[in-house]
Design a protein around this ligand. Sequence first.
Ligand SMILES: C[S@@+](CC[C@H](N)C(=O)[O-])C[C@H]1O[C@@H](n2cnc3c(N)ncnc32)[C@H](O)[C@@H]1O
Length: 238
Amino acid sequence: MLYLIGLGIWDETDLTLRAIEALKTCDKIYCELYTANWKGSLKAIEKITGKKIQILEREIVESDLIPAEARKKRIALLVPGDPLVATTHFQLVQDAKKKRVKTTIIHSSSIYTVVAETGFSIYKFGRTTTLAYPEKGYDPQSPYEIILLNRKIGLHTLVLLDTKNNGMTISEALELLEKMDKEEILAKTKIAVAANMGSGRQTIRYGYAKDLKIKDTGIIIIPSILNYNEEEAMKLWQ
Ligand SMILES: C[S@@+](CC[C@H](N)C(=O)[O-])C[C@H]1O[C@@H](n2cnc3c(N)ncnc32)[C@H](O)[C@@H]1O
């Protein structure tokens, strides 16, 4: 049996009761922490479940190890946020099914749902994009192209940030976007930024990019056309 279990948006208190009950029955619990900067305590989960948790690197998670072990044992993989809001994790479900291993997904809160706390209509988002740190020979402009495409069809863009180095800051991300901004969207359009969502110290701000250079990681929302309710919601964050 393979359990894919969401750790939730912030810390161990976001784990569902269903997740805790499942974890108690597992022979082995693995965890990956590379898809988000999760702020909880694995020690606390070990205490609640009475089981040790082993952190795995990306190469191991994406290898055959987990589905192969799950043929004989009850294995869980803990994933920050929702376990399927990560580009590669559905592959584990497919690999397990090919090996006739039973899989159970236990969902949890995700940046994809928590973003609704900003007041932007969750139904009006287009393609999501991720801003990555540029490297020698790697400086993708696709995030900006996605923003342009979404705006053309009246949809907002959720911009996720690189999880490396404890997470790209909103300030670094805005500077990267400003460099790509041929159409000067950031100078002319108010945007939203949000940090530490789902915690007791979350920050949501709405305004011009130059005034939102927060030194904390999080998300950026580049809006398209706002409806009346969204206009009203944005007044909360100015
Ligand atoms: C790949 S996504 C997270 C996927 C995760 N499985 C989920 O469902 O939330 C990682 C990015 O989401 C954003 N993020 C995650 N948790 C956040 C939080 N609590 N507050 C603000 N942004 C967050 C950051 O941009 C981070 O780099």
